[in-house]
Design a protein around this ligand. Structure first.
Ligand code: FEO
Length: 401
């Protein structure tokens, strides 16, 4: 299977319909691993695919140009979902690997690279294919140190690897062949769960790419942007700058219903305060979805009762995941019930501080069951969260472009 992007660039990737877990990220709609053939007088393959799909990739190349026609394989990124088929492709084609120095280090950690013909490139370098060329821009920490993107100036196509990607398995190859809200939703989920931590490097990368004329962005996952390039660039700009919407998230785990009751009272307060709100019980909502909602939430309330003098395990897992992704510019508070020691909600509050969330008040607590006084306090806290969310919505909370 192959699909033409232009008269010289062809998609020869694979569709992974069944993947549902991508190192902890729930890929509810599957994914694709996109590889592209760029043809001038010589031919380059840009990126490969996950090793389990190597035969499909080789078949796609064979039916398009024939394996011996591939002169170069460009590796934009060493992560195995893009490099897993590299050894087999290099062996089958006899091509020269084109990549940056850092990527060579990472690739030689994964594979035996002895004897591979390698051409090292860096930002500003070009590969002349004869009638078509490829230029390279290193994009360190978007999202690995060796990450780079490849640009074809003759076709104005940016082969962006992970950036602008979506985990979306579909027979469609282009953004105008799928429902746009689905592609944008998956792009947002991808950004939140893979690259949210790297806002500043992404801002730098976008600056570096700012001078390029781009008609098409061809990422390594999901659909190719050709009709909605400004829309995905604008969305990245908002996400990089951590611009929240007036939204409050109430994220919690409950044991016997008391923390659940507090969560619902907080929600009532947010609604009364006029902000958007989402309630997410970690027992029913995967961390992937929670991280996606956190991306553009202005304020968060996080709840856990006390279990064994600390917080509950599922909410601890979600907080660990979020701490790693390091959302910026959030304000929030902790809440939870307890029997004899309020150490669960206190541990949540400590976690929020470690995550550099601005903690708006001491933890809301309720012993055994929340009475009317505690429920009123929760509603009041909901109003506080709503007021802050309305006040800070749309403000730039981090890297400006
Ligand atoms: Fe799609 Fe960072 O690999």
């Amino acid at each position: 299977m192959h699909v033409e992007l232009t008269d010289g660039i062809t998609w020869v990737g694979v569709i992974d319909w069944n993947i549902r877990d991508f190192h902890g990220y729930e890929t509810r709609r599957g994914s694709t691993y996109n590889a592209y053939l760029v043809r001038g007088e010589k031919t380059a393959l840009v990126d490969t695919v996950k090793h389990s799909f190597v035969n499909t990739l080789l078949e796609n190349i064979e039916e398009t140009v024939g394996l011996p026609a591939v002169d170069y394989v460009v590796a934009n990124h060493a992560e195995p979902d893009h490099s897993g088929s590299l050894p087999a492709v290099l062996e089958a084609t006899g091509a020269t690997l084109v990549t940056n120095e850092k990527a060579v280090g990472a690739l030689s950690g994964y594979y035996d690279t002895t004897g591979w013909p390698i051409e090292i490139v860096a930002t500003g370098d070009s590969l002349d294919l004869g009638g078509r060329s490829l230029s390279f821009v290193q994009t360190p920490m978007v999202h690995w140190p060796e990450s780079m993107v490849t640009y074809c100036p003759e076709d104005r196509v940016l082969l962006s690897n992970d950036a602008f990607g979506q985990h979306l398995a579909t027979s469609a190859r282009f953004d105008d062949e799928v429902e746009l809200p689905v592609a944008m939703d998956e792009a947002k989920t991808y950004y939140a769960n893979i690259v949210m931590l790297y806002g500043r490097p992404i801002a730098k990368a976008m600056e570096a790419l700012g001078g390029l004329e781009i008609d098409m962005i061809a990422p390594a996952h999901g659909v190719i942007w050709r009709s909605h390039v400004p829309k995905i660039l604008d969305a990245y700009s908002d996400w990089v700058q951590c611009r929240p919407v007036p939204k409050v998230l109430v994220i919690y785990e409950s044991m016997w219903g008391s923390t659940d009751c507090m969560a619902h009272e907080i929600v009532k307060g947010v609604i009364a305060g006029g902000a958007q709100v989402k309630l997410m019980d970690v027992g029913h909502t995967h961390r992937t979805e929670i991280a996606t909602e956190v991306l553009d939430a202005a304020t968060i309330a996080v709840g856990s009762p006390t279990l064994n003098m600390t917080l509950m395990p599922e909410i601890a897992g979600v907080l660990t995941y979020l701490k790693g992704l390091a959302p910026k510019g959030k304000a929030g508070l902790a809440f939870g019930s307890y029997g004899w020691a309020p150490s669960g909600p206190k541990a949540v509050s400590d976690y929020l501080e470690e995550m550099k969330v601005e903690v708006l008040r001491e933890p809301l607590t309720a012993q055994w069951r929340p009475g009317e006084e505690q429920r009123a306090e929760c509603r009041e806290a909901g109003r506080l969260l709503a007021a802050r969310a309305l006040e800070t919505a749309g403000e730039t909370a981090c890297a400006s472009l």
